[in-house]
Design a protein around this ligand. Structure first.
Ligand code: 9MR
Length: 596
């Protein structure tokens, strides 16, 4: 559960009571039951189940399922405003009757008028479908206590599937076993990253890490937020994560699998620091790899550029890691903290080094021009670790506006760390101000939900590259606001956001590979596209609808919420990325932990 002692010291009594009761309840229940729903998703891999019924289902439901006590919504074309029924799959008996809403439209989708079916009061468990006269029935869905346990494990396991520098064996990867690729034990130094003491003839070792996305690059900026989000999942729900086993080589070693998986990437990140404290922006080839498996891509790899953003993201992530692993690996934790401090020193002396893409480099840019948010995040994590006043000044003198997290907007990451770990260290008025900031952001997000029948906080500006991660990062904010206040309205937004990701959206796709009835089969993921296996690697969240059409593919609609294509061509809507999967892990993990 949330670290109530840390939150608690600054909670008003009004806030404290519901949380305390939740905490007591969960402690009792976890203690009694543990995680009893382990399923071997990787040894018996999921199949796309499009054949369950025709794929013309035009009632959108959460194809994975609804939590028994969560809110439940389906979207129905406005052919009638009458009744809907929920029927059991096994005997087709009617188990619930409800009334559809009045017809509503959403300017961002091409649904036309729709109605929504709210069946939150339906709490029977089992397999069901929703029916409205004149329409084909919905996909079947589950109602239960553990519906998100397996998808959560798969979302976490996808990081293992994207590990660089290791062979995936059948025992852990099932049919997605593959040889090792990209050892990165001898990496070249690009001209953009040299110093008088590090010339272009030098060779560095920078092993392990996760591939960023569908490409084989490793990028510090994006690794920073992805690793933070997973570390936060552990830090906020440590008891739950002791129970989560995802069958990786380290499973059973006494450390939570989540921490073992994160460790693979931390080792790589820690190797990306230059002798002067600066951090290399990325490690990639110069040109994009072809559609080939990792071991087939033998092009020379380089560390490329250094930047203030990468250096501060590195400082923040390693400082946070130093506290999360301090009890497990004290010596390693001390080293990470020292590296984080060295990085901070470099950034203070080089406060605005922007990454600019060299002419001979094609790989992803992760370019950023504003560094105040990175300074705030790094100062927050370093202050928690050291209580040094120098960092405190950066926190208290900052007049940042707090926003939805993303790889280029990281201030809220620092704010959430301070809310969890700052009590007793930060002056009380500062803590109160930070709480107010988070609650105000969560209230804005909650307001946005009202603008769509889908009840999700998705606005025009959110349909960017990786829009699904925008939604899940909003859910991440809502969950933290819920942890702080206990207010149910924040939790409800989270449930509907999960339903959107699993199919209650205008495209009708469940956006997580292998989970749902209509799921992406051709993600822009080199491994899935070249491994000879029809089903993509499971548990990966695709970027989702994106109004920009930045890849020139043929989209089915000009509306933002429908601009999605399940095709390799569509790297701007159908790629996968670690910073998109990380909030999926956090959100599903949080919901699982809270409903234990
Ligand atoms: O997620 C990134 C998105 O915000 C940018 O608009 C896009 C174009 O610069 O790049 C995305 O990140 C990609 C990265 O540059 C390279 N690896 C794949 C990432 C996901 O598409």
């Amino acid at each position: 559960m949330y670290q109530l002692p840390q939150f608690g010291a600054f909670l008003s009594q009004r806030h404290y009571l519901p949380l305390f009761l939740t905490y007591l309840m969960s402690f009792f229940i976890i203690g009694c039951s543990g995680d009893n729903s382990k399923q071997k998703f990787d040894e018996t891999p999921v199949e796309n189940t499009v054949d369950v019924k025709d794929s013309e289902a035009n009632i959108s439901v959460n194809q994975v399922g609804y939590l028994t006590d969560g809110n439940k919504r389906a979207i129905v074309p406005a052919v009638s405003t009458g009744k809907f029924v929920i029927k059991r799959v096994d005997d087709h008996s009617v188990r619930f009757e409800g009334t559809l809403s009045e017809p509503v439209s959403w300017a961002l989708s091409d649904d036309g008028f729709v109605t929504y079916a709210d069946f939150s009061d339906f709490t029977e468990q089992g397999e069901f479908y929703l029916e409205v006269p004149g329409l084909s029935p919905s996909w079947p869905f589950t109602v239960g206590e553990h519906v998100y346990h397996e998808p959560h494990r798969a979302a976490l396991k996808s990081f293992y599937f994207n590990r660089a520098g290791i062979a995936l064996t059948e025992k852990y990867a099932g049919r997605w076993q593959r040889p090792a690729g990209h050892p990165d034990s001898q990496v070249s130094v690009h001209a953009s990253a040299t110093t008088p003491a590090l010339d272009a003839l030098a060779v560095l070792s920078s092993e392990k890490g996760w591939y960023d996305a569908g490409d084989y690059g490793k990028y510090i900026v994006n690794s920073g937020i992805a690793t933070y989000t997973l570390l936060a999942a552990y830090e906020h729900f440590p008891t739950y994560y002791q129970t989560v086993n995802v069958n990786i080589p380290e499973s059973g070693n006494g450390t939570a699998d989540l921490l073992d998986e994160i460790r693979w990437n931390l080792d790589w990140m820690a190797s990306m620091q230059r002798h002067d404290g600066a951090v290399f922006h990325k490690l990639t080839t110069l040109a994009w790899a072809g559609i080939e498996m990792p071991h087939e891509d033998r092009a020379e790899r380089y560390v490329i550029g250094v930047s203030t953003a990468a250096t501060l993201d590195f400082a923040a992530t390693l400082a946070m890691a130093s506290r999360v692993y301090s009890h497990l690996e004290p010596e390693q934790a001390r080293q990470w903290l020292q590296q984080a401090q060295n990085a901070w020193q470099w950034a203070v002396q080089n406060p605005s080094v922007q990454y600019t893409q060299p002419e001979d480099v094609q790989s992803g840019e992760y370019g950023d021009e504003q560094f105040a948010d990175e300074f705030f995040w790094a100062a927050a994590e370093l202050f928690i670790a050291t209580e040094d006043d120098g960092y405190l000044n950066y926190i208290t003198n900052s007049d940042l506006s707090i926003g939805v997290p993303g790889w280029a907007n990281v201030e809220t990451l620092g704010l959430i760390s301070l809310l969890h770990r700052g009590a007793g260290k930060l002056p009380a008025p500062v803590m109160t101000k930070l709480q107010d900031e988070l609650i105000s952001l969560a209230d804005d997000i909650s307001e946005q939900m009202k603008s769509t029948p889908y009840n999700v906080p998705m606005q025009n500006a959110d349909f960017v590259w990786g829009s699904n991660s925008v939604l899940l990062n909003k859910a991440f904010v809502l969950l933290n606001a819920y942890g702080l206040t206990g207010s149910a309205k924040y939790k409800q937004g989270v449930y509907d956001s999960i339903s959107y990701v699993f199919g209650m959206n205008p495209t009708g796709y469940s956006f997580v590979t292998g989970y749902g009835h209509l799921t992406p089969m051709a993600p822009h993921h080199r491994i899935s596209a070249s491994d000879g296996i029809e089903a993509p690697v499971p548990g990966m969240l695709v970027g989702g609808p994106h109004a920009g059409w930045q890849d020139n593919c043929q989209y089915p609609s000009s509306k933002p919420a429908n601009s999605y294509l399940d095709d390799w061509c569509s790297f701007s809507t159908n790629e996968i990325a670690i910073n998109w999967n990380a909030p999926l892990v956090y959100v599903l993990g949080a919901v699982n932990a809270m409903s234990q």
